[in-house]
Design a protein around this ligand. Structure first.
Ligand SMILES: [Zn+2]
Length: 367
């Protein structure tokens, strides 16, 4: 666009114009038509016009750049207005993004806050519930322990780590016919965590399971009891921490022997006593040769009394995993006719189980 500045004299006659774009001063004045003008006069006229043009042009420039005098302020700020606008719009865009981020972040914190708040309510309730449960469980445990030591069948309770050990007074076992056997004191170790119960006694006898069983229904190997139908009850009482009820079930279990059971029948190895506790019939105390009276023993198989030098240890049960149980003393005749020597474990076993035991060890050798 061409920017032309018109220059007029005092009465408004146009005498020149400046083409700013091309930097040219036009003076539309035919100096050579003025025949009578002298060179001097023309020079004077030109310098006058140039003077006016100069003055006019500088006043235009001054006007244009002056904020207070310029009629067109838009023009004056045009050059940096655009960059200002660009900068402002960039700033606005940045602020919008920041605002979105801030709001997103607030939403995130609100959700987190809500979750934490819900969680804290839930935990507060759980803690309150747990504390009251724990308090009542602890109270129950303490009162159960008190009840056990007050019970006349118990001497004491000891606690070792997570195990509770019940100590009985000397107990008597009764059969269905009301025969009474002196069994001695028992320590019953109860692991409340896994319902594991182990029995030890101070009057172990040779019995159905081993040569040192604390009770006809309890194996001397590891103190494991064959609980039968009370097993479920005991596990349940353990898991509910019903310690007193558990103690009563255990005493009842120890005091009753089922002689219809082959293991229970071995109660005869303990001393039979009367109401006063006097021995009526001495038990077959450890019917191993070294503890027999005199030179005779009673064969567990045929019941005959035989010479103690002729006693053989024979096992009559096999657990299928390499262990024999049910140790008995047999006479020479019974051993020869109805027992088999197993080389692999240096034992006599009853013929009834010999095939199974032999097969087990032969497979073992092959593998
Ligand atoms: Zn015999």
């Amino acid at each position: 666009m061409q920017n032309v500045i018109h220059i007029t004299d005092d009465v408004g006659t146009q005498i020149a114009h400046i083409d700013e774009g091309n930097g040219v001063l036009y003076i539309p004045f035919d100096v050579f038509n003025e025949q009578e003008a002298t060179v001097e006069e023309i020079r004077e006229l030109l310098s006058l016009v140039i003077g006016i043009a100069q003055e006019k042009y500088f006043s235009v420039l001054e006007l244009r750049s002056s904020w207070s005098k310029s009629p067109n302020k838009d023009d004056l700020t045009k050059s940096f207005k655009e960059s200002l606008r660009r900068r402002t719009s960039e700033q606005i865009n940045r602020d919008k993004r920041d605002l979105e981020n801030a709001e997103e972040s607030i939403r995130g914190y609100q959700q987190k806050l809500k979750r934490n708040y819900d969680n804290s309510i839930r935990l507060r309730n759980a803690i309150a519930q747990g504390e009251s449960n724990a308090n009542s469980a602890e109270t129950k445990l303490i009162s159960d322990l008190d009840s056990i030591v007050k019970h006349d069948k118990f001497e004491d309770v000891t606690i070792e780590g997570g195990r509770i050990i019940l100590h009985t007074i000397p107990l008597y076992a009764y059969t269905k016919e009301n025969k009474r056997y002196y069994m001695g004191k028992y320590s019953v170790e109860v692991n409340m965590d896994n319902s594991d119960i182990k029995f030890t006694g101070d009057n172990a006898r040779r019995s159905y399971w081993t040569h040192k069983d604390p009770h006809p229904h309890v194996s001397g190997r590891g103190g494991t009891a064959y609980l039968g139908n009370v097993g479920g009850t005991i596990a349940e009482l353990c898991s509910q921490y019903e310690l007193y009820a558990l103690a009563l079930v255990i005493v009842d279990y120890l005091e009753n022997v089922n002689i219809e059971d082959i293991a229970g029948r071995h109660v005869q190895n303990w001393d039979e006593v009367n109401e006063a506790g006097e021995i009526i019939k001495k038990g077959y105390v450890n019917k191993s040769a070294s503890e027999m009276n005199g030179n005779e023993f009673e064969c567990d198989h045929c019941g005959e009394h035989e010479d103690r030098d002729e006693a053989y240890t024979v096992y009559n049960r096999f657990d299928g995993e390499g262990e024999t149980h049910g140790e008995e003393l047999w006479c020479g005749g019974c051993t020869e006719n109805e027992a088999t020597w197993i080389e692999q474990n240096d034992e006599y076993v009853a013929d009834r189980i010999a095939a199974e035991v032999r097969e087990y060890f032969e497979n073992e050798e092959e593998n």
